[in-house]
Write a protein that binds this ligand. Structure first.
Ligand code: GAL
Length: 421
């Protein structure tokens, strides 16, 4: 398809990019979603994986996949290290697995692509979940041992994400129960929150000890919320609580070292965590706008409706959450943004609209330093299996063949036309 066919060519050709030199154009992936792992807790959690344990077989095909990054023209790549491959048993470090991830970094460097490494992207070694899940204090020391091993061994990494979406770990694992460890237990969720953020604070210091010029953050999922029915006071209360929890409590905690948790219809809880100032930039994952309805028959009393195509303030919502995050006075990086659809034109539209918003935010003076599209190739999606097509490249899960979609062509074009390299 030509640019003109898409009807956006002229616009692109004449525009003056607001994106500064050095802006990070990237894509984001996570190891488990591409390559599975025999020793991960999630492998036995989701029965879908029994028949496709290696998913896209990226663990073997990584060289070809990294070549796709080069074809796209990205200058950055966010990926994760699968903890359960590195430490399959508590007393075993798998040196081959470490060398595997180092090779990924070396290949990226040879392509002039800046690596951004995520240490925790939802999965754990099975032994971790069995012995010391996040509601046990011992979890902190276990995660820090893994962190120290990685930062002391892997060479040439400046950008580190300690945790991907800590709130999802807490909501899925401790409130809704849909992800490991599958609990619905408020007191334990609060202990897990303290342990996860304590781990982040301490990991921040460890990373800086080994990599003095490191750039460290978490990747936090931010969203905009709306009441299902505007006239319904319960829906409005839910909206207010969700907005506070997702978009403000975490920012306040990084500013003050105190989490203020306000569950609707319940008392306020304050939790001290050693994270004040423990960020060098702030990673924002942004996907969707969520409508909330109070419904006592649903889990946690809430029913959700997502809008991931525009028309309802979705893309404007990205600007909103970036403005919220700018209260941290730190560089902001959109560490994930994308849409699952078989309709690649829609994917192109989604991407363009969000990149346009980033450009408007830059003009407004927000310090946005990067945009990472989720994701490179179709993969395994938590709770949805193999049919959520987020990839710029399509994967045929029978033959494992990767083929570019028009969204890949368009992303390459966007990067070229909007950067000032
Ligand atoms: C994010 C998550 C990714 C991916 C994405 C698409 O919340 O970090 O791993 O699953 O959602 O749904």
């Amino acid at each position: 398809m030509t640019r003109e066919d898409r009807g956006i060519g002229m616009q692109e050709k004449t525009r003056k990019p607001a994106f500064p030199e050095g802006f990070q154009w990237g894509v984001a992936t996570s190891a488990f979603q591409l390559e599975g792992s025999p020793n991960a807790d999630w492998t036995t959690w989701d029965p879908v994986l029994i028949n496709v344990p290696q998913i896209t077989n990226h663990y073997a095909l990584f060289r070809e996949d990294l070549k796709l990054l080069k074809d796209l023209g990205v200058n950055s790549y966010r990926f994760s290290i699968e903890w359960s491959r590195i430490q399959p048993r508590p007393d075993t470090w798998d040196e081959e697995a470490i060398a595997h991830y180092q090779e990924i970094i070396d290949i990226l460097r040879s392509y002039n692509i800046e690596p951004m490494v995520t240490l925790h992207h939802f999965t754990h070694p099975k032994w971790f979940l069995e012995r010391s899940p996040w509601h046990q204090t011992a979890s902190i020391e276990k995660f820090l041992r893994f962190t120290e091993k990685m930062v002391s061994t892997l060479k040439n990494v400046r950008y580190w994400i300690t945790f991907n979406e800590p709130y999802v770990i807490l909501i899925g694992g401790y409130l809704d129960g849909c992800t490991p460890p599958g609990l619905r237990d408020v007191p334990r969720s609060l202990i897990a929150l303290k342990n996860i953020f304590t781990s982040h604070g301490k990991a921040y210091d460890i990373i800086h000890r080994y990599v003095p010029d490191a750039q460290v953050s978490i990747a936090h999922n931010m969203s905009v919320f709306a009441p299902w029915k505007k006239w319904n006071p319960f829906d409005r209360l839910l909206k207010k609580s969700a907005n506070y929890f997702y978009n403000h409590s975490i920012i306040n905690a990084f500013r003050t070292g105190i989490f203020i948790v306000k569950f609707p219809f319940s008392r306020v809880v304050e939790i001290e965590v050693p994270i004040k100032g423990k960020l060098d930039f702030f990673g924002v994952n942004y996907y969707t706008r969520i409508h909330l309805r109070f419904n006592p028959l649903k889990k946690m009393g809430v029913e959700l409706r997502y809008s991931d195509i525009d028309g309802h303030g979705l893309t404007r919502g990205l600007a909103k959450v970036l403005r919220y995050a700018s209260r941290l006075n730190l560089p902001l990086i959109i560490t994930e943004n994308g849409i699952a659809t078989h309709d690649t034109e829609m994917k192109v539209k989604y991407m363009k609209q969000h990149v346009d918003v980033v450009e408007r935010c830059l003009k407004e003076g927000l310090d946005v330093r990067g945009y990472f599209y989720w994701t490179l190739i179709d993969n395994y999606e938590w709770l949805q299996g193999l049919d959520a097509r987020f990839g710029l490249y399509r994967v045929d899960f029978k033959t494992l063949k990767r083929s570019p979609t028009s969204a890949a062509t368009y992303y390459a074009y966007l990067i070229q036309s909007r950067s000032r390299i």
